[in-house]
Design a binder for this molecule. Sequence first.
Ligand code: CA
Ligand code: CA
Ligand code: CA
Length: 317
Amino acid sequence: MNEGAGTIEKPASQKQVKADNLIIRVMPKEFFGRDVSVSAPTKLPQVSPLVTQPLPLPKPLPQAKQTLPKKKKRGVWFIVIIGALLLAVLSILGYFWLQSVQTEPIEEPTIIIPEPEPEPVPKPILPSRGQDTDSDGLTDVEEELYGTDYRNPDSDGDSFLDGNEVFHRYDPLGFAPSTLLDTGAVKEFFSDKDGVQYSITYPAEWSTFPEINFTWFSSKTTNFPPRFSVEIHEKDLASQTLKDWYEAIEAVGNGAADLKNITTKNGYSGLESNDQRKVYLNVDASVIEFTYELDETKVINYSQTFQMFVNSFSVQP
Ligand SMILES: [Ca+2]
Ligand SMILES: [Ca+2]
Ligand SMILES: [Ca+2]
């Protein structure tokens, strides 16, 4: 047998020690005379994938307390306080700024200087009508002047009121037809001055005071008695109307608007004031002005007598 082809030489030591237990190993037949081919590698058993389990997170390490040195601590506190103060100051400034922006502009109050009150003008004492107890048109003062009864409106009982009889110059005390001239209660005044000859009737108890251009008629009862006056005015043109003359000469205030047209009992046209104490009569080229001036009592006691006075005016030929 070929020793190189399958004979395994025994180790000399083994031959010596264990001759009897000599083991001869023989090559399997299939390996003789054939090329040795390498068989396909046997499939390795699949290894199951490793299941990786999540590793537990490491526990956070406790933070080590940072301890600052004392000097550093003071510096931090100083910065904090300064910052807080600055913040407070800025807050206050911001607040006031907002207030100044948001608040409406304050209007300056208008100073009104009160005008000085005018000094009170003393109210004029308005004339009042004298007492007429029996309402017959004569005041109680006139009843005394003519001797009539101030409590009886028709003293003579002739159905004509006392005032009406005086206005027409009738005797208020006599039942029979008679006049005031007949009884002597009134007088006639004649004037031929100032270019106008006229007659006029006035109470017999009164006096006359002729002056230049006018004449006074007044009682003698007091130092400043009520009085009537007759004043003669010449118009510039005979054709001038009474109103035109009045507007040109006498006009004050409302002018002739305060006057009303009248016609006297003897037929003279004229103007009369509302309180019946001023009358202007148009006589040719002249204006006859009649005035009833009150005494200090400012009481109109002779209204009916003044009416009688004006209506008795007559131009004499
Ligand atoms: Ca009377
Ligand atoms: Ca009477
Ligand atoms: Ca009578």
